[in-house]
Design a protein around this ligand. Structure first.
Ligand code: ZN
Length: 550
């Protein structure tokens, strides 16, 4: 390899650990004149840049007249394959050198190599005695460029070739990989948007860093501000959700606003025994009626939330397991089916988990990190937040609170086990404790509040069993808050008082805990609010991630 002359070695040394600014402006943009780019280059040098990268002999000549730092010249030319190639010929390099470039960069990706880059690299270096910089996208391309004698390897084209186009962010790990393996110094370039990323590149072993757009393109910088602000405006604007609570008996559905207001609602029977296809068609029809009715009122839903009985994989939007209450529902691909028909994003969650999400977003759990929500009705279920996140378990089968055993060898449960909390704390159990003449849990609760001693005693018995189940959960999770919802809990302050007394007896360290027991204030609409809340959570996630639903 021919040695570079002393001036050239000085150039190289001046770049070590420093910033080079790429001053380019595409045709048709406001800054597209050599004079303007020369001023931008001068400003960058005033700010501490030790080199400039520039495109074409006109820009190079104008910048040469404005600054003293070394200039890396490139020539972007359209090729027969319809794509730009960086410095595609020896002649284009010669024009840059004559205009005042101190170094030449060229495309040494696989495509560049097919178009003669490595031979061109060797020739430019030999004839001009200038440093030659290889723009690459992969480590294989970097190795080939190093073998051909490149003075620097530049990560410029990572993310811009067919093999790397999945990489959309600055890839510091790639810089580290190159720096560790290659003898040739590596310069980080491409999608470096912040001073922190530039510093990270140096830390990863880059010899220098080239930054372009983030410094020199006010149009692109303004666009990034506008886009980020637009995201927030969108997040704060009015949002309407089509929310469905699919229960074993009824399907409640509503149009819900972002603040949890029910703007329209309806209920219809669930065709529970008709199988999966009928249930999916039913969901589709119910959502369509939300979209139509919301639209007529000026509240067109932009997303759909489905809270369903059964355990759900929310990532796939699929039912993992459902009991005999909904035959055939296990495996139902709810999201896939609905999204295909609706062209709206669909979120799916287990109904008890969804209640917890509603409590977190609209109810008592808004400022709470650790919370258990228990639903007391035909069944006993729940959801919980741990460290501010909804806990679902590894297989989406967690929170089966109704099936913790409180009585070994006790009453049979719908799940096939015996002694489960559900068998002692569902609506039927409360009726059983009260005995004749009571037929519904509501009657028992009403009578207890009216002073009926038999009903009041039944409620105490019920609270005693519930406390045993809740104690197990409290011993494991130690939450700040326990919210009770479902028909039995509605306005049931007596239950709350009994439970408080019983927990003091069965929970260790109860006096040291500040666990708050409370009745949900949103229980009556908890199912549809839960469905809305999961859709809003998913929408927030999409906005944070900057991804649109497609
Ligand atoms: Zn059970």
């Amino acid at each position: 390899m021919k040695a570079l002359n002393a001036t050239t070695s000085g150039i190289i040394e001046s770049w070590r650990g420093n910033l080079i600014v790429s001053c380019q402006a595409p045709e048709g943009t406001a800054l597209r004149t050599p004079g303007t780019l020369a001023r931008i280059a001068k400003a960058a040098v005033d700010g501490g840049a030790v080199g400039v990268r520039a495109n074409g002999p006109e820009d190079v000549a104008a910048i040469r007249a404005a600054v003293d730092v070394p200039i890396i010249g490139i020539a972007k030319r359209l090729q027969a394959d319809g794509k730009i190639l960086i410095t595609p010929s020896f002649e284009s390099a010669r024009d840059l050198v004559e205009a005042g470039a101190d170094a030449i960069a060229l495309d040494c990706t696989e495509r560049g190599q097919r178009l003669g880059a490595l031979g061109r690299l060797t020739r430019i270096r030999a004839e001009f005695g200038l440093p030659v910089l290889a723009d690459i996208a992969t480590i294989e391309e970097a190795r080939a460029a190093q073998a051909a004698g490149a003075d620097f390897i530049l990560t410029t084209l990572r993310g811009y070739t067919p093999e790397t186009k999945h990489i959309q962010d600055f890839d510091v790990q790639f810089v580290r990989e190159l720096a560790n393996e290659l003898k040739t110094p590596v310069i980080a370039e491409g999608r470096i948007g912040t001073p922190q990323q530039a510093a990270a590149a140096i830390e990863a072993g880059a010899f220098a860093v080239i930054v372009g757009t983030a410094i020199t393109r006010p149009d692109a910088i303004a666009r990034s501000f506008v886009s980020e602000m637009g995201n927030v405006a969108r997040a704060n604007g009015p949002v309407y959700i089509a929310a469905v609570d699919l229960g074993g008996t009824n399907t409640k559905h509503a149009v819900v606003s972002q603040d949890g207001s029910l703007l329209w609602q309806s209920t219809c029977p669930t065709p529970a025994m008709d199988g999966r296809d009928a249930l999916l068609r039913h969901l589709g029809a119910v959502v369509a009626s939300c979209v139509r009715s919301g639209g007529e009122l000026g509240f067109t839903p932009e997303a759909v939330g489905i809270a369903t009985a059964g355990w759900v994989d929310p990532d796939a939007g699929r039912v993992v397991y459902a009991t005999g209450n909904l035959p055939g529902w296990t495996g139902a691909p709810i999201r896939t089916e609905l999204e295909r028909g609706l062209c709206l994003p669909v979120s799916v969650e287990n109904d008890a988990n969804a209640m917890a999400v509603a409590e977190k977003r609209f109810g008592l759990g808004q400022a709470v990190n650790d919370m258990i929500c228990l639903t007391l009705g035909t069944g006993v279920g729940g959801g919980c937040y741990i460290n501010g996140r909804l806990s679902r378990g590894s297989y989406f089968l967690g929170n089966a609170f109704g099936h913790v055993a409180i009585e070994p060898g006790g009453l049979p449960c719908t799940c096939g086990q015996s002694g489960c909390l559900e068998a002692y704390a569902n609506a039927a159990a409360l009726v059983r404790y009260a005995g004749s003449p009571f037929n519904t849990a509501q009657q028992v609760t009403n009578a207890a509040f009216a002073g009926n001693p038999q009903a009041r005693e039944a409620l105490r018995t019920y609270a005693g069993y519930l406390a045993r189940g809740l104690a197990i959960l409290l011993h494991i999770l130690d939450p700040e808050l326990v919210v009770l919802s479902g028909g039995i809990a509605e306005n049931n302050t007596a239950l709350l008082q009994d439970l408080e007394d019983d927990l003091g007896r069965v929970v260790i360290g109860w006096e040291q805990r500040f666990t708050r027991l409370a009745l949900s204030k949103i229980a009556r609409y908890g199912g549809v609010l839960g469905a809305a809340a999961i859709a809003l959570d998913d929408r927030d996630r999409r906005i944070r991630a900057g991804t649109e639903w497609t």
